[in-house]
Design a protein around this ligand. Structure first.
Ligand SMILES: [Zn+2]
Length: 270
């Protein structure tokens, strides 16, 4: 895929672009397994990427709903067929290891795809936080399975490498909807997956190859289920790693316009 096309969707183009600086922030202070940094005001921020607007870890926490990993090799179909959420277990409150907070199982919630999917949930009344255990086969903050997401991205990569545009690839993959919608649908998968791959390829030099593309990582790992595999490989980083693999803040497109601040000098407005 050409740099210009990726630039169009607003992501860093190369591993080199995040490079040393990226390793720097990733190795900064870690607290509870999250990569954090401090901005000028002492606010802890999870920097999902160089060049992106950082999202606060506390903003994710403040949502009162945290996703955690349910390690399983089941495919999404097997997960539904075996009602595997019944086996999911979270023995202690992630916020209060010593207990006494009223932490308890809190039923399930459904996901649309695959049909019949339920996700096991717990609740800590002291911390006003619910925890859901997302199985490795399912994408976070995106419908469907990680395998489905991976197939879409791999297909687009192949088509673009063969000379097609992202628009043409989107039209072929989703002929059932309008082009603009198909393009949005494809980009909702393409961009976030690239962000995750770029972060992990940078974090683990050599292990996942050197290119943040599904095709290249598939080759490096000798597997056609790399996103699911990355839940395991990147398991120590899921709290800040972006969806659909991680449970951290969503990737935010960098803003091209400079934001005016009170420190900015210039003529008074009319
Ligand atoms: Zn608790």
């Amino acid at each position: 895929m050409g740099i210009a096309e990726w630039a169009d969707v607003g992501f860093p183009e190369t591993v080199a672009e995040i490079g040393e600086a990226g390793r720097g922030w990733l190795s900064e202070k870690r607290d509870r397994g999250e990569a954090v940094a401090r901005d000028g005001h002492g606010v802890r921020r999870a920097k999902t990427f160089i060049g992106q607007r950082p999202a606060t870890v506390s903003a994710v926490r403040a949502s009162g709903r945290l996703q955690l990993r349910y390690a399983t090799a089941l495919t999404s179909e097997e997960y539904v067929r075996q009602k595997s959420w019944q086996q999911a277990s979270l023995e202690q409150c992630p916020l209060h290891r010593r207990g006494g907070c009223g932490f308890a199982r809190h039923g399930t919630y459904p996901r649309v795809k695959p049909a019949g999917t339920l996700i096991a949930r717990w609740y800590c009344p002291t911390g006003h936080t619910s925890f859901s255990l997302l199985p490795d086969c399912l994408a976070s903050r995106l419908g469907g399975s990680l395998d489905d997401v991976e197939d879409v991205v791999a297909t687009v990569e192949e088509k673009v490498a063969a000379g097609s545009s992202i628009e043409a690839a989107a039209e072929e993959i989703r002929p059932d909807i309008e082009l603009a919608s198909a393009l949005r649908w494809v980009r909702r998968r393409l961009g976030p997956v690239r962000v995750v791959l770029l972060a992990l390829v940078t974090l683990m030099p050599g292990r996942l190859g050197s290119e943040p593309r599904v095709g290249a990582v598939r080759e490096a790992l000798g597997s056609r289920q790399v996103l699911m595999g990355l839940r395991e490989i990147g398991s120590g980083h899921l709290a800040f790693l972006a969806p659909p693999v991680g449970f951290g803040p969503r990737h935010q497109r960098r803003r091209r316009r400079r934001r005016r601040t009170q420190h900015e000098t210039g003529p008074d407005p009319p």
